[in-house]
Design a protein around this ligand. Structure first.
Ligand code: OSB
Ligand code: MG
Length: 394
């Protein structure tokens, strides 16, 4: 029998958490790289259009040739949140590296990163590269402290962009259903043709149907949104801008059978508590980087599991490195029907990990053995657009 949330007893053991926080992080240098991966298909959403994925990789290097690695999930432009790739590089260079100390602990790193407001994707990339170093060295694996059984197969859904016409929309939905995806999530915007969205929704044909507006609707679109829920959408994600918890709260009561999900609004455990009071969302799209990294993601996971709020893991078109990290969190959620973690082979002609993740016909990804992801260093080198190695400030 698969584990279920009913087996979830308590939060991560306090002693285990304290032990993790006290670990020393043998830091010698920090490497920043920007790699560019070619996409198989372009993608349009309310926050922009993309043809290729520039990914920022952060490597935590020790003095013995060991490393930890993490991918920054942020976009190249500040249209999803305030972060943008060249800004992330600048923040790390100017404000993070000077705060790093060769003998610092996880707690010290958390404290220093906590002084910087916002920029969670960027801070997460640094913090998670340190946690990955602890894991690769066999010192401590944060998720081994998780207090419940973890899944070995993760059910995944697909996030589809805004389509130029109904024919293309229907074709793409049908293909996704044939591929076996457990949920179809369609990007929506008030500027896009509603008829195209409706035909895509119709094509979903009994499978779980979701829309994601990336905060592009406003209070004057309330009727339009309520109309969409009457079309039988199962889930609606982030219709209003991140700071409009009040509007989300107003919509919540009129939703009928449609579940309301928040994404951009939730950047911390505090945001989650406030949203629980003001909005009462049915579920959370949890992107570990958006809340500051894997440690914080565990706190939000625990909060959702103990309060009964639905939770699933979201993506930002990560490479295999970020994808596998997020899949490990998805493994902690036995009741989620689908996560936005479609295999990176869907987007990229070539990934930068040795075993690119593949989805089986039943719409699940097996996360395999517990070993850290093996990098395709040659692919990384070939795709590198920028590289710099920085010395910690202290
Ligand atoms: O809102 O979930 C979102 C990608 C970039 C920015 C925002 C979002 C997304 C996705 C991607 O939906 C889902 C994926 O990575 O497969
Ligand atoms: Mg979203």
């Amino acid at each position: 029998m698969p584990p279920s949330s009913r087996q979830f007893r308590s939060s991560i053991d306090a002693a285990a958490q304290a032990a993790l926080l006290d670990r020393e992080l043998g830091l010698a240098r920090l490497e920043l790289r920007v790699v560019r991966l070619r996409q198989r298909e372009s993608f349009r959403s309310a926050v922009g259009h993309r043809e290729s994925r520039a990914a920022l990789l952060v490597r935590w290097l020790d003095s013995a040739g060991g490393f930890g690695i993490a991918e920054c999930s942020g976009r190249p432009d500040p249209y999803y949140n305030e972060e943008f790739l060249s800004g992330s590089l600048s923040l790390i260079r100017k404000f993070i590296v000077p705060l790093l100390d060769k003998r610092m602990t996880v707690r010290g790193l958390q404290q220093e990163l906590g002084r910087i407001r916002g920029w969670n994707f960027t801070k997460a990339a640094v913090a998670d590269s340190a946690l990955d170093w602890l894991r690769r060295r066999g010192i401590h694996d944060l998720l081994d402290d998780w207090p419940a059984p973890r899944l070995e197969r993760i059910p995944v859904g697909i996030s589809l962009g805004i389509f130029p016409d109904s024919r293309q929309a229907i074709e793409r939905v049908e293909q996704a259903l044939a591929d076996g995806y457990r949920r179809i999530k369609l990007k929506a915007s008030p500027a896009a043709e509603m008829d195209v969205l409706r035909s895509a929704l119709d094509a979903c044909n009994g499978s779980e149907r979701a829309i994601d507006a990336n905060g592009s609707f406003s209070i004057e679109h309330m009727e339009m949104l309520l109309g969409l829920t009457r079309d039988g959408i199962d889930m609606m994600e982030q219709p209003f801008p991140p700071d409009r918890l009040d509007w989300h709260g107003g919509l919540r009561g009129g939703l009928g059978g449609t579940r309301l999900c928040l994404d951009e609004s939730i950047e911390s455990i505090g945001d989650l508590q406030s949203a629980a009071i003001i909005v009462g969302p049915h579920e959370l799209n949890l992107k570990p980087g958006r809340v500051g990294g894997q440690l914080e993601a565990c706190w939000l996971l625990q909060s959702c599991l103990s309060s009964g709020m639905g939770c699933w893991i979201g993506g930002m078109f990560e490479t295999g490195i970020g994808r596998l990290a997020n899949l490990r969190h998805a493994a902690c959620l036995p009741d989620a029907t689908a996560h936005d973690l479609s295999p990176s082979s869907r987007y990229f002609e070539r990934d930068i990990v040795m075993q690119p993740l593949e989805m089986d016909d039943d719409g699940t990804i097996a996360i395999g053995n517990a070993d850290p992801v093996e990098l395709d260093e040659q692919a990384i080198d070939e795709m590198t657009e920028h590289k710099e190695v920085l010395e910690p400030g202290r």
